[in-house]
Design a protein around this ligand. Structure first.
Ligand SMILES: Cc1cc2nc3c(=O)[nH]c(=O)nc-3n(C[C@H](O)[C@H](O)[C@H](O)COP(=O)(O)OP(=O)(O)OC[C@H]3O[C@@H](n4cnc5c(N)ncnc54)[C@H](O)[C@@H]3O)c2cc1C
Length: 392
């Protein structure tokens, strides 16, 4: 919980809006750089209304896009640094299988991102992941660095270390208004704060927050079904806690990938999800009639029957999360085109958690007017047309 004993201070070196994993890491880097930083969160923490909650996220080195693959060694290093600072374990190395049709472009790019890339034949795959059935014509690549990040624990750890470095976290305070200027003014439901720099990392709410600043960002929030599947035989080799994670690419029956993590959250329940969802207003996320069709659950059921026949083909638990996607599914990490002391981090889709330590570092560097330590060329706002509203 955020400390409440101090009266609200009015002026800071930096303000960050949104205490999900990206805003929390941006605030952590600013505080480590000795900037007096205020991190604002609309909901009381911890909460499950955004994108960063839950027990688990996949991390990996295998990436189809070179710009993310290049950031991963730094990300692994920074996660390790946070583990050391917090004195807690945030990552379990399980290895990761990336599978798909032989010759699939994304699969080939993943293999290249691993250097030589360890291509698994059927025997090697059966040893490492006995319950996973490849389909005819499919191959698998092994990423030994892959594993699970403990998401809730990581979010708590980064916020704790932020506070230990002197940062202020105020939860249950929704930002209502941002007034640009050399010194910006941020008005919340509980106070008015000022700072010479602002980072906006408001997840699915980012579009609404930046619209009054004259920005029309093409951000689409998606409602994601997070599905857990019960082992038919409890303790089946290849589904338990020590099993690898997987990503299935190039599926003929689905335009997006399917990914899975070993049983971790709930004993005997394996997490397998579709990397896509239904467009939604984040305020309306849970207003789905109980009998509404869930097309992606059906798609997953059919995948489970064919690839993981050791699991029951109906989900035992379905939870909800939000993705926020850009049209090209790349992040936005950039300055506001008109107000250069407002930095925006958004569009982290379903793959932003593992990269959050680097994202936070880049947002911190942009806000301090420094050259970012990784190229942000793929993440500019201006790659989208008509983002600036005419009155600006
Ligand atoms: C089901 C699922 C599975 C995923 N799996 C993986 C994975 O395996 N590997 C991986 O790397 N990534 C994964 N991701 C993606 C990753 O979790 C997200 O990219 C990441 O959590 C996004 O974080 P965020 O900080 O941008 O958003 P959020 O966590 O949503 O944080 C934004 C915060 O801003 C706050 N806020 C909004 N408006 C205001 C306001 N006006 N005032 C104050 N606060 C405000 C919100 O309440 C929220 O807490 C997954 C995501 C989901 C949903």
């Amino acid at each position: 919980m955020a400390a409440r004993s101090q009266p609200p201070q009015a002026t800071y070196d930096a303000i960050v809006i949104g205490a999900g994993i990206q805003g929390s890491f941006a605030a952590y880097h600013l505080a480590q750089r000795h900037r007096d930083t205020l991190l604002l969160e609309q909901f009381i923490l911890p909460h499950s209304r955004g994108s960063s909650h839950g027990q688990s996220r996949i991390t990996r080195s295998a990436y189809p896009q070179a710009h993310y693959a290049r950031m991963m060694p730094d990300s692994f290093r920074l996660w390790q640094q946070l583990e050391d600072e917090a004195g807690t374990s945030l990552y379990r190395q399980t290895g990761l299988v990336v599978l798909g049709p032989a010759g699939d472009q994304e699969l080939e790019s993943c293999r290249r991102s691993l250097g030589a890339g360890d291509v698994l034949d059927t025997t090697a795959l059966a040893q490492r992941f006995p319950s996973l059935q490849l389909q005819p014509g499919e191959v698998a690549v092994w990423d030994g660095t892959g594993g699970v990040l403990f998401a809730d624990r990581a979010l708590r750890a980064v916020q704790d270390i932020f506070r230990q470095h002197g940062g202020t976290l105020r939860d249950g305070e929704k930002v209502l208004r941002i007034e640009p200027g050399d010194v910006l003014t941020v008005t919340t439901t509980a106070g008015v704060y000022r700072a010479p720099r602002l980072i906006i990392t408001a997840g699915a709410w980012t579009g609404a927050l930046v619209a009054p600043l004259g920005l029309r960002l093409p951000l689409q929030p998606l409602r994601i079904d997070v599905c857990y599947w019960r082992e038919k035989e409890p303790g089946t080799p290849g589904t338990g806690r020590a099993s690898p994670c997987f990503i299935a690419l190039g599926l003929s029956q689905a335009p997006h990938s399917i990914y899975g993590l070993p049983a971790l959250e709930y004993p005997g329940l394996v997490k397998v999800c579709y990397h896509h969802g239904s467009p939604v207003d984040p305020e309306e996320r849970d207003r789905v009639p109980p009998d509404a069709p869930r097309p992606y659950v059906g798609l997953l059921s059919s995948f489970i029957s064919r690839y993981l026949p050791g699991l029951e083909p109906q989900p035992a638990v379905v939870e909800t999360c939000l993705y926020t996607n850009t049209p090209d599914e790349d992040f936005i990490l950039d300055r506001h085109p008109k107000f250069s002391n407002i930095i925006i981090g958004a569009g982290f889709s379903g793959h932003g958690f593992k990269l959050a330590p680097v994202v936070g570092k880049l947002l911190c560097e942009l806000s301090l007017g420094e050259e970012p330590s990784h190229s942000t060329a793929a993440f500019t706002i201006t790659r989208f047309s008509s983002v600036l509203q005419p009155e600006l």
